[in-house]
Write a protein that binds this ligand. Structure first.
Ligand code: ADP
Ligand code: MG
Length: 463
C-alpha cells in the first residue's frame, strides 16, 4: 500500500466518501502511479501483478469521465473471460455508487442475445464485456461505440495469449480515434508493447514490479560430474514432475544431446537453439507454451525474448560463464507470485563460475551431491496436450473462434478439451487434450473451417 490517500486526487468528494465506505483509504502503488495520469486524460499502459488493484485504477478513472445525462456508452472495458468481466462489472458498480443512475452493462457469451439487445435499446453508460460478444453486437449494430471516451483493455496479456488480438483491434476500430485508451496487464511481453503502439497515442507507461524478485526463487546447487549430470537431471524431473521446465545448456551440441537422451527416456522434450529455422522455432515455442511439451532444452541466445510465465523449474545443466546470465536464466521461474525452483549442476571444472555467482549475488552456496535423489527411478514424463497444426492462419481470415467453433460444434469436443490457440500469418496451432487429439484431427479433416478445407495434422515431438 502506498501512503497516498485518495483525497489527494481531483475526485468528487462524494467519490472520496464512497471509497472510504468501501474501505479504500490509501491508494495501492499501481493506483498511485496511474490514476493521476488517467484523470488527466492520458493514454496509460499499466503493468502490475494480479491483486494489485488495477480494476479500481481504471474504474475510478473512467467514472470521472462519465456524463450521466448522456445515455450512450461512454466507457468500454474489454476483458478476456466472462468470469473477469463479471468481477470487473461488480467492482465498477461499487465504485459508481457515488453517482446516481449510472448504468453498467455486461456483454458476454452464455447469455441470450435477445435480452441483451432489448437492454441495449436503453444504452448504458458503461459496457463491460468479452471480445466475442461485443463483436456480435457490433455486427448486428445493436451496439454503437461512437461516444466512447475511455476504452480499457483489461488483462491485455491474457487476451493476447488467448488469440484475441484481431478481435480487440476490430472492436477498437468502432470507437472514436480521440478516445482515451488504457491498457492493463499483469505481465509485459513484447507483444503488449506492439499492441500499445498500434492502439494508444503517446502512452505513459507505469509499472509496479515486485521488489526482490529473486526472493521467490529457491536456488539449489548440485556438485556432479559430466557423466552423471544427465542421470541427475532425469531423476530430478522424475522426482518433481514439473508441468513445464526449461533446461539451459551452454552449447547447441549439448542442447541437442540432452534433448535426445530425454526423449529416448520417454520425457516430453523439445530443443530450442540457434540452428532452428524461424518456422521450427515458432513451432517449438507454441508447443512449449501450450503445454504439448514439458521440458524445453535451450541455449541462452535461443531463449532470449522468450516469455514463459510461471515456470516451476529452471535447470542449469551447465553453469554459465557470466553471473548475470545466471540471474537472467533463473529469473524465468518464480514469476507473478508463484514459487520457483532453480537447480544448477556444477562440475569441478566449473567451480570458478560458481564462486563468481556467489560473489555476485552475495550468496553462500550449500552444496548437495544428489545422494537424496539416488533412489528415484527415472520415469517417463508425458504431456497432457498435443498440438494440431492447421495449414491456414490470419491471412485466410481464420480466427480463434472459428477453430474453437469447428472443434466444439461439429467435432463434438468440449471447450475443456481445447487448450491454447495460436494464430500466425499462414499457420494455426491448437492444443488439444492428448486423449481427444485423434478425434479432433479426424473431425477437422472431415469438416470445414469457415466453409473451407484445410490441411490439418498432429505435430509429433520427434519431428
Ligand atoms: P488486479 O486487477 O490488479 O488483479 P483487483 O483490482 O482485482 O486487482 O484488486 C484486488 C483487491 O484489492 C480487490 O479485492 C479490491 O477490492 C482491493 N482493492 C483495490 N484497491 C484498493 C485500495 N486502494 N484499498 C484497499 N483495497 C483495495
Ligand atoms: Mg484485474
Amino acid at each position: 500500500m502506498s501512503s497516498i490517500p485518495f483525497s489527494e486526487l481531483p475526485l468528487a468528494k462524494e467519490q472520496i466518501a464512497n471509497l472510504t465506505e468501501l474501505g479504500y483509504t490509501s491508494m495501492t502503488p499501481i493506483q498511485a502511479e496511474s490514476l493521476p495520469l488517467i484523470l488527466q486524460g492520458e493514454d496509460v499502459l499499466a503493468q502490475a501483478k494480479t491483486g494489485s488493484g488495477k480494476t479500481a485504477a481504471f474504474g475510478i478513472g473512467l467514472l470521472a469521465a462519465i456524463d450521466v445525462e448522456l445515455f450512450r456508452p461512454q466507457a468500454l472495458i474489454v476483458c478476456p473471460t466472462r468470469e473477469l468481466a463479471d468481477q470487473v462489472s461488480k467492482e465498477v458498480r461499487r465504485l459508481a455508487r457515488f453517482k446516481q443512475n449510472i448504468k453498467v452493462m455486461t456483454l458476454c457469451g452464455g447469455q441470450p442475445m435477445g435480452a441483451q439487445i432489448d437492454s441495449l435499446a436503453h444504452p448504458p453508460h458503461i459496457i463491460v464485456g468479452t471480445p466475442g460478444r461485443i463483436q456480435d453486437h457490433l455486427r448486428k449494430t445493436t451496439l454503437k461505440l461512437d461516444d466512447v471516451r475511455v476504452l480499457v483493455l483489461d488483462e491485455a496479456d491474457r487476451m493476447l495469449d488467448m488469440g484475441f488480438a484481431d478481435e480487440v483491434e476490430n472492436i477498437i476500430q468502432h470507437t472514436p480515434p480521440q478516445r482515451q485508451t488504457l491498457l492493463f496487464s499483469a505481465t509485459y511481453p513484447a507483444d503488449i508493447e506492439a499492441m500499445s503502439q498500434r492502439v494508444q497515442r503517446n502512452p505513459k507507461s507505469v509499472s509496479v514490479v515486485t521488489e526482490e524478485d529473486g526472493a521467490q526463487i529457491e536456488q539449489r546447487f548440485f556438485e556432479t560430474t559430466k557423466e552423471q549430470r544427465i542421470t541427475l537431471l532425469m531423476r530430478l524431473l522424475s522426482h518433481s514432475s514439473p508441468e513445464s521446465s526449461v533446461v539451459f545448456c551452454n552449447t547447441k551440441r549439448d542442447c541437442q544431446a540432452v534433448c535426445d537422451t530425454l526423449l529416448a527416456n520417454g520425457i516430453s522434450t523439445l530443443a530450442l537453439h540457434g540452428d532452428l529455422e524461424q518456422r521450427d522455432r515458432e513451432r517449438v515455442l507454441v508447443q512449449f507454451s501450450n503445454r504439448s511439451c514439458r521440458v524445453l532444452v535451450a541455449t541462452d541466445v535461443a531463449a532470449r525474448g522468450l516469455d514463459i510465465k510461471d515456470l516451476p523449474l529452471v535447470v542449469n545443466f551447465e553453469l554459465p560463464h557470466d553471473p548475470e546470465v545466471y540471474v537472467h536464466r533463473i529469473g524465468r521461474t518464480g514469476r507473478a507470485g508463484t514459487e520457483g525452483l532453480a537447480v544448477s549442476f556444477c562440475t569441478v571444472s566449473e567451480m570458478a563460475r560458481a564462486h563468481g555467482i556467489e560473489d555476485y549475488l552475495n550468496l553462500n552456496i550449500q552444496w548437495q551431491d544428489g545422494q537424496e535423489l539416488s533412489s528415484v527411478s527415472i520415469l517417463p514424463l508425458a504431456s497432457d496436450m498435443l498440438t494440431l497444426n492447421i495449414d491456414g492462419g490470419r491471412k485466410a481470415k481464420i480466427r480463434p473462434g472459428d477453430l474453437l467453433g469447428a472443434l466444439t460444434g461439429d467435432a463434438g469436443l468440449t471447450a475443456a478439451e481445447v487448450g491454447k490457440i495460436d494464430l500466425f500469418a499462414t499457420q494455426a496451432y491448437v492444443a488439444i487434450r492428448s486423449k481427444s487429439a485423434k478425434k479432433a484431427l479426424e473431425k477437422l479433416r472431415q469438416g470445414k473451417i469457415k466453409g473451407k478445407n484445410y490441411r490439418v495434422w498432429l505435430i509429433k515431438n520427434s519431428d
